[in-house]
Design a protein around this ligand. Structure first.
Ligand code: BGC
Length: 912
């Protein structure tokens, strides 16, 4: 029988989490799509089969050919992570694909719109280019006319930006051109006067000794038959600029002395011939206007030294004496070149200043209204040689001047020296700042609000979640969490974006990752970073404190090193990605073996390394070995689950037993029969409960002690980084959601609300970053943009809105919709774009406290909906008793709740 037209439509085709990725090096990339009901009213739609066609051209695909792969009709509900299984793919190959699905009412959908991916350079021998940079810097610098001392000194200090160029005559019309490029340092590419792509600070940060990412650009439109010029500007970046703590300078020139470029331009002509242009000895180089550019120090740009037309084919430019032959270094197999597999850093928002004040003559301070990360564009007009200075800070002193001291030795200063020919604009190239306020000095004339424009930069992970409720303060909290994430996810998850640090701290990342996943699509981002984590693993199996590992070279402390286990587990839970587990399984077991070898009595008391403890807790010192042992057990628990997921059942048993044994050792050493845990802090109980260390009879007592401690502190929290993420979820799971709400709603110290009451627009590093009593905390460590304490965001989504995971059905293939109305909120509205499609939960209470819950569940998934109601007689869906509603199945009753199973669709539950 001919199949009828399906009720499903397919869209959002992705390959390795990305839409139409250009240049990937996974040879069997994984494909995914989102299914939607054509009729939004339709419930319970499932995919029962799919067919994927992959073709070598768009035309072939349109004609219905799958010359690279025709999967045939596969009876399966899988719509995520389907591995390509067609012809072997070659470097640079473009693959066009589409997919259709059969649904559970015997219809077959139309094929989706076509999508594509393109392979990168798969073989080391594909790389013909060599590393090039500036030769004989001293000579070039001295040859430049009228150079001032600062310019010369800084150029010789090698933080000046090299400009590199090559002219090329292309004999024919260009049909297709790809640029593969990377740098030791950071780069900007220009072709024929135009910047290529919008990626910033590429190639991103990795351990440059081991692995360097390259980016692929489609530059077909940039090239033309005849004369062309390819140009590059290099910055020091993470490679040879200041990274980490400036004071001890160990992060300066850590990977190398000077920046280098590696590039290949693959050109195919209309007549079928091809050509490759690579970075080699035929290039020329010089210095230009970027006198100095460094992440921590800022950028100095002297417009008088601009090189007009340097990236264009203008006769004469390339032959001036300043342009010198470049220095060439051969490329070796290490560092390995890998395709960039995540979203690039980009400008994601433009911000305009909210106000400007002149605090003293000629000193103007702009308020951007938001603690942000990036830079500003300056507009100015004046005499040549005039120097305008911009300094960037997070806070102001009481007298309105800029508060710089918490930046430690990060100067965060940009300087622009005018060339003096009318209206000029300046934006820095290879630096970024964490700031809310900008001090402008040296400005010729009266600056206005239009003088500067702010640009927010971040790893451009697309937004995934929204959360809104009836409390303005909680909405601001959610906003601050998101801004903290945006500002700190910059190639790696950093601790802070402003002071001299900005490192990939593992502890911060592990506590925040679940929140991060709700806010944005971060799978590709963490896929990349987990490689950095594994690159940073010691030979003995130890994960680091920071990844990439530099500056803080120590092996990982408890709750920091454990990120190496928690990251894969969380990515698996949120995205259903088992390959992620497989890829890193050995690294994880090496970490656990390392801990076990050193701690045969199963208390983590040896190799505590930097042993930070429950970092920045408030007057509550969780004993470090209690915290450490809890994490040791947690690693074993997660590894046992992950071993099971990938079918390693014996090892799953082994780690399960290890978790039991560590828990027993924990209880014996630290827990008394009345449930008291050594240290008696909130974090002790939170960890013991979350990490399943306690026998059933002690769980209740531990939860009571947790609440008693919160009460003793006047209903305040005292947790630091390590306890904070699980605090509200644990209270909720153990019957104390009212206490969790009390903490959420607090605005007295210490609380999230306290910072908001005092104007925070991001999450602060410390609960007491600023207090009415003491003013600013110790400037030695006091960032106002640190995301860790924002890890409560997980709870807002999973329990307040109730968009939770079902651990047995990861990737929201079956969601658990379990909201906990309370805390005086009258409504909550949240959405989450899962890898299976958009889930939403919207609850509201009327004036009689009657609950209505709107839920929407994507096609091809199901959900358990857990409704707070005394019994099922009180629950209605769309006006009929819920049990009788189409597509709703009563499952069971549990304390104070009724649980239903639903298929895809939208539902409106009411409790009356
Ligand atoms: C960082 C933290 C980090 C910590 C280690 C601090 O300097 O800013 O976020 O986790 O050190 O305890």
């Amino acid at each position: 029988m001919a199949a009828t037209l399906s009720l499903l439509s397919l869209s959002q085709l992705r390959c390795e989490y990305l839409v139409n990725p250009l240049g990937i090096d996974r040879t069997r990339p994984r494909l995914g799509w989102i299914l939607q009901a054509v009729d939004p009213e339709r419930r319970g739609l499932r995919q029962v089969a799919y067919q994927i066609l992959v073709a070598s051209s768009e035309d072939l695909l349109a004609a219905g050919s799958g010359d690279l792969w025709d999967s045939g009709k596969i009876a399966s509900a899988q719509s995520t992570h389907v591995p390509y299984a067609g012809q072997p793919l070659t470097s640079g190959q473009r693959c066009w694909w589409k997919v259709r699905a059969w649904d559970n009412s015997e219809g077959v959908s139309e094929y989706s719109e076509p999508a594509w991916w393109e392979m990168g350079l798969l073989d080391d021998t594909d790389w013909q280019g060599q590393w090039i940079g500036l030769k004989d810097l001293a000579t070039i610098s001295r040859e430049l006319d009228e150079i001032d001392r600062e310019v010369l000194a800084q150029r010789l200090g090698l933080l000046a930006s090299p400009y590199l160029r090559k002219g090329a005559t292309l004999p024919h019309t260009v049909r297709r051109a790809r640029l593969y490029t990377t740098a030791k340092g950071v780069y900007e590419i220009h072709i024929n006067g135009q910047r290529v792509g919008d990626a910033l600070l590429a190639p991103g940060w990795t351990d440059y000794y081991k692995r360097i990412q390259y980016q692929t650009y489609d530059v077909t439109e940039h090239l033309r038959q005849g004369e062309n010029v390819i140009g590059a500007i290099l910055g020091s970046g993470w490679y040879c600029g200041h990274v980490g703590f400036l004071a001890d300078d160990v992060g300066y020139k850590y990977y190398g002395q000077e920046p280098r470029l590696l590039l290949q331009l693959h050109i195919e002509y209309a007549d079928g011939t091809s050509e490759m242009i690579a970075s080699d000895e035929t290039w020329q180089g010089t210095f230009g206007p970027i006198v100095y550019s460094d992440f921590l120090a800022g950028e100095t740009y002297d417009a008088r030294y601009e090189l007009p037309g340097w990236d264009e084919a203008i006769s004469g430019i390339g032959s001036t004496a300043i342009w010198q032959p470049v220095l060439v270094e051969p490329r070796n197999e290490t560092p390995r070149l890998v395709a960039d597999c995540a979203e690039p850093v980009r400008i994601t928002e433009t911000l305009h200043p909210q106000g400007v004040t002149e605090v003293s003559p000629g000193v103007h301070i702009y308020d951007m209204g938001q603690n942000m990360v990036g830079w500003v564009r300056l507009r100015v007009q004046g005499e040549p040689g005039t120097r305008v200075q911009l300094r960037f800070v997070e806070m102001l002193n009481p007298d309105g001047t800029i508060y710089t001291i918490n930046l430690r030795s990060a100067r965060q200063t940009d300087s622009y020296i005018l060339k003096g020919d009318g209206q000029e604009t300046f934006e820095p190239h290879f630096t970024f700042h964490g700031f809310r306020y900008v001090e402008v000095t040296g400005y010729p004339g009266q600056p206005t609000l239009d003088t500067i424009t702010g640009y927010m930069i971040q790893s451009a992970t697309p937004p995934a979640g929204t959360f809104e409720c009836s409390s303005p303060m909680v909405n601001q909290l959610q906003r601050n969490i998101v801004w903290g994430q945006r500002g700190n996810f910059l190639s790696v998850p950093t601790d802070c974006p402003q002071r001299d640090e900005r490192l990939g701290w593992m502890g911060d990342a592990q506590i925040f990752i679940r929140t991060a996943c709700y806010n944005m699509h971060v799978a590709a981002f963490f896929n990349k970073w987990m490689n950095d984590v594994v690159d940073a693993q010691s030979a003995n199996g130890a994960f680091p404190d920071v990844a990439p590992r530099l500056v803080v070279k120590t092996d990982g402390a408890p709750a920091w090193g454990d990120a190496g286990v928690i990251i894969p587990w969380t990515i698996y839970q949120m995205y259903g990605d088992t390959a992620f587990i497989e890829q890193h399984y050995d690294a994880m077991t090496r970490w656990l073996d390392y801990l076990q070898r050193a701690n045969p009595d199963l208390l983590w008391t040896n190799l505590l390394n930097n042993n930070y403890g429950d970092w920045l807790s408030i007057a509550a010192d969780t004993p470090k070995e209690v915290m450490a042992t809890a994490y040791f057990a947690y690693d074993a628990l997660l590894l046992s689950r992950m071993a099971r997921v990938i079918g390693r059942y014996d090892e799953a048993e082994k780690y399960h037993a290890l978790h039991k044994n560590i828990s027993a050792a924990f209880c014996k050493a630290y827990v008394s029969p009345d449930g008291k845990i050594t240290g008696d802090t909130q974090t002790c109980y939170v960890l013991a409960l979350h990490m399943q260390l306690l026998p059933a009879e002690l769980r209740l007592l531990a939860a009571q002690r947790l609440v008693a401690d919160i009460e003793k502190k006047g209903w305040h929290l005292s947790t630091g980084f390590v306890g904070v993420g699980y605090l509200c979820p644990v209270l909720t799971d153990n019957g104390y959601v009212d206490v969790a709400y009390r903490l959420l709603n607090n605005d007295t110290f210490p609380s999230w609300g306290y910072s908001i009451k005092h104007g925070a627009t991001t999450i602060w590093e410390r609960w007491d970053g600023w207090t009415e009593e003491h003013g600013f905390q110790d400037p030695g460590m006091n960032s106002f943009n640190h995301y860790s304490l924002g890890s409560v965001g997980q709870w807002l989504f999973q329990d307040v809105a109730g968009i939770n995971l079902d651990m047995e059905h990861p990737g929201f293939e079956r969601a658990l919709i379990r909201p906990y109305p309370g805390g005086g909120l009258t409504y909550v509205r949240a959405t989450y774009q899962s890898i299976h499609g958009s889930i939403s939960s919207h609850w509201q209470l009327d004036e009689h406290n009657n609950l209505t819950l709107h839920v929407s569940i994507p096609a091809n998934t199901t959900a358990l909906v857990s409704i707070p109601a005394v019994s099922q007689e009180h629950v209605f869906e769309g006006g009929t008793p819920a049990e009788q509603a189409a597509g709703v199945k009563f499952l069971y009753k549990e304390e104070g709740r009724v649980v239903y199973e639903v298929g895809s669709g939208t539902y409106q539950f009411a409790v009356r």
